[in-house]
Design a protein around this ligand. Structure first.
Ligand SMILES: C[C@H](O)[C@H](O)[C@H]1CNC2=NC(N)=NC(=O)C2=N1
Length: 95
């Protein structure tokens, strides 16, 4: 999987509302209603990640969830990160 250029990353992010490219990661901060809702969506995301064999760096504090994605092997952003971000968005929308 090829490392995307900064220009390519920015183009993809136009379709990913709330996602930004910072410190070598694409990232987004989510706020849900409470811990139960947050952990429930994290569980659904986790199962998709296993299917995709692509996993987030994430931090959860009560109803806050920060997700950071990159591809370790290439030390940057690849289509795998974009695809996972899109999957996360669709799971969050269908919650
Ligand atoms: C060995 C295994 O294939 C790798 O560690 C996979 C698993 N999940 C991964 N997740 C993410 N976000 N980046 C990776 O490079 C990655 N690599």
């Amino acid at each position: 999987m090829e490392k995307l250029t900064e220009q390519q990353i920015r183009e993809h992010l136009e379709e990913l509302k709330g996602w930004s490219f910072k410190d070598g990661f694409i990232q987004k901060h989510f706020v849900f209603s409470d811990f139960k809702e947050t952990f429930s969506i994290m569980t659904r995301i986790a199962f998709e990640c296993e299917e995709m064999n692509h996993h987030p760096n994430w931090e959860n504090v009560y109803n806050n969830l920060t997700i950071r994605l990159n591809t370790h092997d290439v030390g940057g952003i690849t289509e795998n990160d974009i695809n996972l971000a899109k999957t996360i968005e669709s799971l969050v929308k269908s919650k």
